[in-house]
Design a binder for this molecule. Structure first.
Ligand code: MN
Length: 254
């Protein structure tokens, strides 16, 4: 098995390095990851300046790895088009330090890297550790390695799995296959003053998990279950499509 591993927390982050060591026990691994943290950069790509990629040594790993001055989506593009000698069987992104639940996936660099793999026809997994106060990625890394082995056994189906692993003191209660739930943030914009007295803003805020019908990723994570959501990047709202057609928009065309 051959895995392309990336993230959005940066190549030196604890999450990706713990996952690399776990994946190297079951697969050949090539790390192509941002040189510094690129969290919440979504699916952005770099088109107005050069992208630098530097070969790096990681731990005892004999493989070639790359540190890229670019976004997570840049990393996957570069890896697939120029850096890897042959395409991977699987793209893995993470382990992110912090949850990617519900609408978080729209902002997440971690999930976007996995989506870029899927856009290129590859199975992909995004993995996040739910609790930001926990720094132990060992269980999540082991679980992800087992999940990769399972996908190999299934013949690498074209999946895009968003995996969120609770990191509370006790182990998760089990695994739930979930749909995207809802989270929103309150008090998101802080207004501050710079030393010259000019106002500037800082995006932050507290998360509000919206309780779902029990089958969402947010519900699973809150109940200490591992959440696995199969995602797709087709954003079409099929439910309302026929209604919009009935509006006869041709009438406002001319
Ligand atoms: Mn991150």
């Amino acid at each position: 098995m051959k895995i392309l591993l990336t993230n959005d927390d940066g190549i030196q982050a604890e999450g990706i390095q713990t996952l690399r060591r776990a994946l190297e026990e079951i697969s050949e691994v090539t790390v192509v990851a941002p040189s510094y943290e690129r969290s919440a950069t979504g699916h952005g790509i770099t088109v107005h300046k050069p992208i630098r990629a530097e070969k790096v040594k990681l731990g005892g790993s004999a493989n070639e790895h790359w540190s890229v001055v670019g976004t997570p989506a840049d990393c996957v593009k570069l890896a697939l088009e120029v850096l890897m000698k042959s395409p991977p069987d699987l793209v893995v992104s993470g382990i992110n330090h912090g949850a990617n639940l519900g609408t978080d996936v729209l902002y997440s660099g971690t999930v976007s890297a996995a989506i870029e793999g899927a856009v290129n026809g590859l199975p992909a997994i995004a993995v996040s550790l739910v609790d930001i106060s926990v720094l132990d990625f060992s269980f999540a890394a082991k679980f992800t390695a087992r999940l990769c082995t399972l996908l190999k056994e299934k013949g690498f189906p074209k999946t895009l799995l968003n995996v969120n692993i609770p990191a509370q003191e006790e182990l998760p209660k089990g695994v739930r296959i979930t749909k995207m739930g809802s989270r929103h943030y309150v008090n998101t914009v802080e207004s501050r003053q710079d030393p010259r007295g000019r106002e500037y803003f800082w995006l932050a805020g507290d998360v509000v998990n919206v309780k779902g019908d029990g089958s969402t990723d947010v519900d699973a994570a809150q109940n200490n279950y591992i959440s696995i959501s199969p995602l797709f990047f087709d954003l079409t709202d099929y439910a309302i499509m026929e209604k919009v057609k009935s509006w006869e928009l041709g009438k406002i065309f001319s």
